[in-house]
Ligand binder design. Structure first.
Ligand code: PRX
Length: 681
C-alpha cells in the first residue's frame, strides 16, 4: 500500500471486499460423521408436555395451529380476528386486531389465578447476596416501575434504553416498559459508551435505565460512566437517567437528569392497571451485528413474539411450571435474555434462577453450587460455557449434586459432538455428589434461532425426538425451515446449502428500526419469497438439520454475534491504520476468535506490542471489550484479487495456523510469502 493511502480509501477497499461477495460454500460439503442417537426414556416421553401429534397438527393448518397456541398461552384483552395477514410480504401481521399486555400476561394474571406466592425469580448476586421474588412481589415492583416511568413522561411508543447488569431490575424494567407500551432497547453492558450512544441516537430514546455498576470476578465494575460519556455531547433525546444502586461505587451525578431507582421506582405507587396493546404494537428493539458497519435495530412486536416464545419454552424444555426450576444463563443484553429470561418463563408461570456474575467467581464450581442450591431442573446455556467447563475438568461439577437436572439446552452456535457428550454425561448424567450416575441422562435440546427469529425455530422435542450429538435436527411444529441450494431449490438429504425459512412465523422480526429497505435487502432478497438466515446447513440422511455456521461476514464469538466489517471500520478509524481485514478463526473455547490483519499508514510508527495493544484498546473503546481482537497482526499487505477483493480464506488459513491454500487468484501471488515472512519476524 502506498504512502498516501488514507483511512477513507481503506474503508472503501474493505467494504468492496464485502459487497457482492458470494457466500462461500466449501464448508457446506464437509459432512459430519456422527451417527449416535439417544431416544427419550419411556418415563420422560410418558410425562412430556407435547407429543409428536403437534407436527401434523401444525402442518395441516399453520396459522390455525399458532392461533390455538396464542389463545391457550396468552390472556387477550381483545381477541384477534385473523391469525396471519401476509398480504404485504415481508411485513407480517400476526393475530390481527387482538389486544394483549405482555406484563399482565407475565405477572398479574398468575396472581389473579392464585399463584401469587409462587417464586418467579431466585436471584443470586455475584458476591453471594440473594433475593427472592414471588409472582405477587414481582408484579408489585413492575407496577411501581411503570408508574415511575410514566411520571417521567414516558408514554406508549416512546423508547427506553436499558444498560443494566443481570439483576432483577433488568427484568422489572423491561416488563414495566412493556406494560405501558414503551419500547425497550437493551444495550449489553459489555458495549462501550460509543456503541451505547449510537444505539440511543438511532432509537431516539427518552429515558435510560442503568446501574452504578455490577460485579465481575469479585470486583466492582462500573456502568454509569459509559452512560455519562454517551450523553456528554448534545444531540440526543434523553431526558432522564434512572440509576439502580448495585455496587455502591461513587458516581458522577447530573442534577435534573439523573434519578436513583430508590427515589423514583421504590417510592412510586404499586397500583397500576395494565391495558391491552395491539398485537402488532412494538415491544422492543435489539441491536445486532450485520454485514455492514452499522448495527441493525431488530424490531419485535407483541402478540406473535409472546406466543412463539411461550410455546417453544414450554415444548422444547418440557416445562412443568409447578415443579420445575429453570435457569437460563444468558445475559439480558442478548435476545436469549429477552425471550427466555424476561418473557417466556414468566408468561408460562415458571420459577427461574437469575445469576449476576461469571462462572468462576469466587470458584469454578459456582454454577453447580447454584444448581444444587436451587435444585435447577432445566438448564439452558451456550456451547462456549460447556467447553470452558470441560477445560476446567469434570471433577469440579462432580463434587455437586446435579441430580435435579432433567433437561439441558444449548444455544448460540453449533455444539460440537464432544461437548454435547460431555454435557450429557457429566451434567445430565450426574445422580449425586458421590459420582453416582443416572440410568437415563437428561435429554439435550440444541436450539437454533436468531435475534431476528425472536424465538427457537429448530430444536428437538425432548420427549419425542431421538437426539443426535451436534444437531438441532427438526424445525419446531409450525415452523417451515428448509435448506436450499444457490438457486433456492431444496437440497436432497445428505447435502448442504443455505438455511431459509419458507413461511412467516409468529415471532419473526417485523423490520429493522427506521430502515425497511435494509430489512428487505438483508433477509428477503437472496432467495425469492424466503427468509435467508445467513447460516449454512446440511440435511443428513434422515433429513435432520445440522448447522454449519455463518456464510456471511458475521462472526460468532462465545455465542455473540460480531461483524467483521464493524471491527474493520473501528480499526480504520484509528489514525495509524491504513487498512484492516478481520476474520473469525476457529477457537477451542469461544468457537471463533477475532483475528485482525492491519496495515499501518506510511507515517505511523510501529512500536510492536505497544501499537498492537493501542489498536486492540481502540476497538474496545469503539465497540466494546467483547470485540477486541484476540490476535492483531501488523502486515505489509493484504491478499487481494485483481478486482481488489480481500481473500479472507487465506487470512483464515494464517489465523488458524495452516499452510495457506491456493493463492493463484491473487493480483500478486507473492503477497502471502511477504505476509508470512513479516509475521515470522
Ligand atoms: O449462526 C447462528 C448462531 O447464532 C446466530 C444468531 O445469533 P444471535 O442473533 O446473536 O442469537 C443467538 C441466540 C439465539 C445464528 O445465525 N446460532 C444460534 N444458535 C445456534 C446457532 N448455530 C448453530 N446451532 C445453534 N443452536
Amino acid at each position: 500500500m502506498s504512502q498516501d493511502t488514507t483511512g477513507s480509501t481503506a474503508t472503501a477497499a474493505a467494504s468492496t471486499a464485502h459487497n457482492g461477495q458470494a457466500p462461500h460454500v466449501e464448508a457446506l460439503e464437509n459432512l459430519l460423521h456422527e451417527n449416535r442417537k439417544f431416544a427419550p426414556s419411556a418415563d420422560f416421553a410418558a410425562n412430556s408436555v407435547t407429543s409428536a401429534d403437534a407436527y401434523g397438527e401444525a402442518e395441516a393448518d399453520r396459522p390455525a395451529f399458532w392461533a390455538k397456541q396464542a389463545r391457550e398461552l396468552l390472556t387477550w384483552d381483545k381477541d384477534f380476528t385473523e391469525a396471519l395477514d401476509w398480504s404485504n410480504p415481508p411485513f407480517a401481521k400476526w393475530f390481527v386486531g387482538g389486544e394483549v399486555n405482555a406484563a399482565y400476561n407475565a405477572l398479574d394474571r398468575h396472581v389473579e389465578n392464585g399463584l401469587g406466592d409462587r417464586v418467579a425469580i431466585y436471584f443470586e448476586g455475584e458476591p453471594g447476596d440473594t433475593r427472592t421474588y414471588t409472582y405477587a412481589q414481582l408484579t408489585e415492583e413492575v407496577k411501581k416501575a411503570a408508574n415511575a416511568f410514566e411520571s417521567l413522561g414516558v408514554a406508549k411508543g416512546d423508547r427506553v434504553a436499558v444498560y443494566l447488569p443481570m439483576i432483577p431490575e433488568a427484568v422489572i424494567t423491561l416488563l414495566a416498559c412493556a406494560r405501558i407500551g414503551a419500547v425497550h432497547s437493551v444495550v449489553f453492558g459489555g458495549f462501550s459508551a460509543d456503541a451505547l450512544r449510537s444505539r440511543i441516537e438511532d432509537a431516539e430514546a427518552k429515558l435510560v435505565v442503568t446501574a452504578d455498576g455490577t460485579y465481575r470476578r469479585g470486583k466492582p465494575s462500573a456502568l454509569k460512566p459509559a452512560v455519562d460519556e454517551a450523553l456528554s455531547k448534545p444531540g440526543h433525546t434523553v431526558q432522564n437517567v434512572v440509576v439502580v444502586k448495585r455496587n455502591g461505587e461513587d458516581v458522577n451525578w447530573v442534577e435534573g437528569r439523573d434519578l436513583w431507582w430508590s427515589d423514583t421506582v421504590d417510592k412510586a405507587s404499586n397500583e397500576h392497571t395494565a391495558v391491552g396493546h395491539d398485537s402488532e404494537h412494538p415491544l422492543f428493539i435489539l441491536y445486532t451485528s450485520g454485514t455492514t458497519g452499522k448495527p441493525k435495530g431488530i424490531l419485535h412486536t407483541t402478540g406473535g413474539y409472546l406466543t412463539q416464545g411461550a410455546y417453544t419454552h414450554k415444548a422444547v424444555f418440557d416445562l412443568h411450571p409447578e415443579t420445575d426450576v429453570y435457569w437460563c444463563t444468558a445475559d439480558v443484553g442478548w435476545v436469549t435474555g429477552h425471550s427466555y429470561v424476561t418473557y417466556a418463563p414468566l408468561i408460562n408461570g415458571a420459577t427461574q434462577v437469575m445469576y449476576e456474575g461469571t462462572p468462576d467467581s469466587p470458584h469454578q464450581g459456582r454454577w453447580w453450587e447454584i444448581v444444587e442450591k436451587y435444585k435447577v431442573s432445566i438448564l439452558y446455556t451456550a456451547p462456549t460455557a460447556i467447553r470452558t467447563f470441560m477445560k476446567w475438568g469434570r471433577d469440579i461439577p462432580d463434587k455437586y449434586d446435579l441430580s435435579s437436572i432433567r433437561v439441558l439446552g444449548s444455544v448460540g452456535e453449533s455444539i460440537n459432538p464432544e461437548a454435547w457428550m460431555w454435557y450429557r454425561d457429566v451434567i445430565g448424567g450426574n445422580a449425586g455428589k458421590n459420582g453416582e450416575k443416572k440410568d437415563n441422562p437428561a435429554p439435550i435440546v440444541d436450539t437454533w434461532w436468531q435475534t431476528e427469529t425472536g424465538a427457537q425455530m429448530i430444536a428437538p422435542l425432548p420427549g419425542v425426538t431421538a437426539t443426535k450429538p451436534g444437531s438441532a435436527q427438526v424445525p419446531l411444529p409450525g415452523i417451515a425451515v428448509d435448506v436450499v441450494d444457490e438457486n433456492g431449490q431444496s437440497v436432497a438429504n445428505g447435502e448442504g446449502g443455505y438455511l431459509v425459512v419458507r413461511e412467516p412465523w409468529p415471532s419473526m422480526l417485523r423490520g429493522i428500526w427506521g430502515d425497511p429497505e435494509r430489512f428487505k435487502d438483508t433477509y428477503w432478497s437472496r432467495f425469492e419469497a424466503m427468509y435467508f438466515a445467513g447460516d449454512g446447513a446440511k440435511k443428513d440422511e434422515d433429513g435432520d438439520v445440522w448447522l454449519l455456521g455463518r456464510v456471511d461476514d458475521v462472526m460468532n464469538v462465545s455465542g455473540h454475534r460480531l461483524s467483521t466489517t464493524e471491527i474493520e471500520s473501528a480499526l480504520v478509524s484509528h489514525p495509524s491504520v491504513a487498512e484492516a481485514a478481520v476474520v473469525g478463526a476457529a477457537d477451542e473455547t469461544t468457537g471463533q476468535a477475532v483475528v485482525a490483519f492491519v496495515i499501518l499508514r506510511g507515517d505511523a510508527v510501529n512500536n510492536g506490542d505497544e501499537t498492537v495493544l493501542a489498536l486492540r484498546n481502540h476497538v474496545g473503546k469503539e465497540i466494546g471489550p467483547i470485540a477486541k481482537p484476540k490476535q492483531l497482526l501488523i502486515v505489509p499487505e493484504l491478499p487481494k484479487t485483481r478486482s481488489g477483493k480481500i481473500v479472507r480464506r487465506l487470512l483464515k488459513d494464517i489465523a488458524e495456523g495452516r499452510d495457506t491454500g491456493d493463492a493463484t487468484t491473487l493480483a500478486d501471488p507473492g503477497i502471502m510469502t511477504q505476509i508470512a515472512e513479516s509475521l515470522r519476524k
